[in-house]
Design a protein around this ligand. Structure first.
Ligand code: GLA
Length: 391
């Protein structure tokens, strides 16, 4: 059985265990990894993610009366979810729980006209929680997909990720961009998604060369975050765009940035430099990937990491170490490139690795990372996976 088949079968088993009947509906949505284009989405720029072979699965059946009952395998907890539009968002970020995401999606779908009768459901996931692989987007999109199945009616292709993003903004107090929900909803097997976050037009680019693998390494180090880091970066980008006199940093270029340098605070300058240069790298990476120029792709990934480390300041010593170890191996040793992926401040790196060197790369990084940090990293290879589906 594949990982996914095992996840589905365990979810069905747990559903019967909790509710004593067979589920009537099943839906799933994947986590994601971003190859390049970090913190560019809310600046209307470019991102280049793919769905990964790690999913959240929801099994459900009708319930006679509300509220809906939803059980999470991960937290071993049953919660009430209001399907009649009567729910209220958590008041502060500290009040946000996993169930806030579910309630948020149900409420925002209700608002968007996707209304469902009461149901009972089990949610199960193998997307690492808090690892920067969008466990929350996979939860949101799997629930939205389930609601579509129950209602027998679909949200629009772009509307679904936007509804999920709205749920995250209003019910999880997280002002995220659109990347995670888009790729979780629209990802396709063996395809990367180049997304222009302004037009929101997805462009699929095949990753069919089997000699190259996408490697994800979880630093397994959680940092004490106040939760204000992401909104703070977002605000700094917004301020920089204002000083530059453009609607979004997407509309600025490096020349404009340099000529306005004296008017920008140091942090604003460096945040903008990352975003503007990352947009250039992301488009360059898509071109290099289409041309099969893996060394160029790798070089752009290292540049991106360096920019996130020095200018955007969102990496951690552990992520920097993982990238340095990858670079030490180099192309000869089987690694084309590596960088931190996701929101930052912990989580995972993504690397492009020669498929026939996977074992060696994995052993080298595991051993040396552990020797320095005392932490065992989690390492897995993945191909671009299918986005959300009703099963
Ligand atoms: C988080 C957000 C995304 C994006 C990334 C950084 O994953 O949810 O919208 O901003 O961080 O690229």
């Amino acid at each position: 059985m594949t990982l996914f088949e095992t996840l589905v079968s365990n979810t069905i088993k747990e559903f019967k265990n909790q509710f004593g009947v067979e589920p009537k509906w099943l839906a799933s949505a994947p986590g994601r990894v971003n190859l390049i284009g970090e913190h560019t989405d809310y600046n209307d720029g470019f991102v280049f993610p793919m769905a990964i072979e790690r999913q959240t699965v929801v099994a459900a059946a009708p319930l006679e009366k509300g509220p809906a009952k939803v059980f999470s395998v991960q937290t071993d907890e049953m919660v009430d979810i209001y399907v009649d539009g009567s729910s209220k968002p958590p008041i502060t970020p500290a009040d946000v729980k996993w169930s806030s995401y579910v309630q948020g999606v149900v409420a925002c779908c209700f608002e968007a006209g996707l209304k469902v009768p009461p149901f009972c459901a089990v949610i199960n996931s193998n997307v690492p929680l808090g690892g920067g692989l969008s466990s929350s987007a996979s939860l949101e999109v799997s629930v939205a997909t389930l609601l579509e199945t129950i209602a027998g009616k679909k949200l629009g292709e772009k509307q679904k990720p936007l509804v999920c993003q709205k749920a995250e903004h209003s019910y999880a107090h997280m002002p995220c961009g659109i990347m995670d929900q888009f790729v979780s909803a629209l990802g396709q097997k063996d395809q990367l998604l180049l997304l222009d976050c302004r037009t929101q037009e997805p462009k699929m680019i095949p990753l069919s060369d089997e000699s190259v693998s996408v490697f994800i390494i979880n630093s397994n180090r959680k940092h004490e975050l106040t939760g204000s880091e992401y909104p703070e970066r977002r605000a700094q980008c917004h301020e920089a765009a204002e000083v530059l006199g453009v609607p979004k940093l997407r509309d600025a270029d490096l020349m404009m940035l340099e000529s306005a340098r004296d008017n920008l605070a140091d942090k604003q300058y460096r945040r903008a430099k990352h975003v503007i240069s990352e947009d250039i790298r992301t488009q360059a990476m898509a071109e290099a990937l289409i041309a099969g120029d893996w060394e160029r792709c790798g070089e752009l990934m290292y540049q991106s990491h360096f920019s996130m480390c020095t200018d955007f300041e969102i990496t951690t010593p552990e992520l920097d170490l993982l990238v340095s170890l990858a670079r030490l191996l180099g192309v000869e040793g089987g690694v084309y490139g590596s960088r931190m992926t996701g929101g930052g401040f912990g989580g995972c790196t993504v690397s492009l690795v020669k498929t026939d060197k996977i074992e060696k790369v994995s052993d080298f990084i595991r051993k040396n990372y552990h020797a320095v940090t005392g932490i065992e990293p989690t390492i897995f290879a993945t191909r671009p996976a299918q986005g959300a589906v009703a099963l």
